[in-house]
Design a protein around this ligand. Structure first.
Ligand code: NAD
Length: 359
């Protein structure tokens, strides 16, 4: 079975790294990679050559039985693939509810890596966690880049400097990594999440946990947060506003699956922040946690820099590719047996991520 790896046209990452191509070959698959696919992640074609054919995009699309990518293939790509091709990608059906309907026109099967359940058993396949962790780390580096101050406390002959204050909203995978990174750089950190389970994790990283009473939780939501009442969000925004005035940096990561991100940082809050402060909004692609965020843009509002970026993992393309690759390989071990596709649909990981099956 020919397993093709696509070049990500709008991303610096690649879904499978050279070491992964060797592992796919060892699983009994024939591997092909689109010319130049790994270059921007620092994996030139020569590094793949021992284990993979190097093809141009059209050849790869036409010949592959399995196609692996981070971003889904385009409609033009899909018009070139064989019937029955298995696609492995991040289709994000929660954000793009029509995707299954569109795929159904091409006679393909598709696994959506972002639909793999967030369970202990599937942890090694969890691309959302791998990418969120990198994004949380990178968010702090972005903030440091725009902040006109040091992070750590400094005592110098010319005077003493106070440590930067960082407020993290949403303490899931990205938020926790942001807390850890900001702490390592010497900042004072406080964080907030609606899930009570986050409190212990925030405290264990040496940050302060902010409490706002009355958050709604649903144990049946697979660990995800649920939408909060307008009254709760209003009280939360007030709390954020009072903290924001004293913060140098706000990193926002709060998401509610399948919904617009909650607005936690209002225009008023931004206008109360000190000039030079920075907001990094990782929820930018789902509407943003900051009212002023523009997706994929850096703006300055009354002296406050607002970075809207939900794709920060691509700024660390080598490690992001390596982790994505590992997640995909761990996943494929579930259904590739001696080079053949063997789908056990009783398996919860397979049944939840298989969003369409070719008839
Ligand atoms: P996410 O990206 O969906 O959301 C980020 C964070 O925002 C979450 O912690 C959420 O609770 C929080 N949030 C939502 N609304 C908020 C609001 N109004 N105010 C403040 N915070 C708000 O989350 P994620 O990082 O993908 O994690 C989702 C869940 O999955 C978490 O419970 C996490 O612990 C769990 N998880 C489990 C595993 C595993 O067991 N394999 C792996 C990864 C994550």
């Amino acid at each position: 079975m020919l397993t093709g790896i696509l070049n990500e046209t709008e991303d610096q990452r690649v879904a499978i790294v050279p070491e992964g191509a060797a592992k796919l070959a060892a699983m009994g698959l024939t591997v092909a990679i689109e010319k130049g696919a790994g270059v921007s992640a620092s994996f030139p074609d020569e590094m793949y050559a021992a284990h993979a054919r190097i093809l141009d995009r059209d050849e790869l699309l036409r010949e592959s039985d399995i196609l692996i990518s981070i971003h889904p293939p385009t409609a033009d790509d899909l018009s070139k693939v064989k019937k029955g091709t298995l696609l492995i990608s991040m289709f994000q059906p929660f954000a793009d509810p029509d995707v299954v309907q569109r795929l159904s026109q091409y006679g393909v099967s598709a696994f959506s890596m972002d639909m793999i359940p967030r369970t202990t058993l599937a942890q090694s396949m969890d691309v959302l966690s791998s990418m969120a962790s990198i994004a949380g780390y990178q968010a702090v580096l972005e903030a440091a880049r725009y902040l006109p101050r040091y992070f750590p406390m400094m005592i110098t002959a010319a005077g003493s400097l106070k440590p930067a204050k960082v407020l993290v909203l949403g303490a899931g995978v990205a938020g926790l990594q942001a807390i850890a990174t900001a702490r390592r750089l010497g900042a004072m950190v406080e964080a907030f999440d609606t899930r009570s389970a986050a409190k212990e994790e925030v405290l264990s990283l040496g940050a302060r946990f902010i409490e706002v009473e009355g958050a709604r939780e649903d144990k049946g939501a697979g660990g995800y947060a649920i939408e909060q009442s307008e009254d709760f969000l209003k009280r939360q925004r007030e709390e954020v506003k009072s903290r924001a005035e004293k913060s140098d940096i706000i990193i926002t990561t709060a998401q509610v699956r399948g919904r617009k991100a909650p607005t936690l940082v209002t225009r008023d809050t931004v206008e109360n922040m000190r000039p030079g402060s920075v907001v990094v909004d990782l929820a930018a692609s789902t509407g943003g946690n900051c009212e002023l965020t523009q997706d994929n843009a850096v703006i300055v509002h009354k002296g406050v820099t607002i970075v809207g970026n939900s794709n920060l993992a691509t700024l660390l393309p080598q490690d992001a590719s390596f982790l994505f690759n590992n997640n995909v390989l761990n996943f494929m071990k579930l259904f590739i047996k001696e080079g053949q596709l063997v789908l056990d649909k009783q398996n919860e990981i397979i049944s939840q991520s298989l969003i369409i099956e070719a008839s």
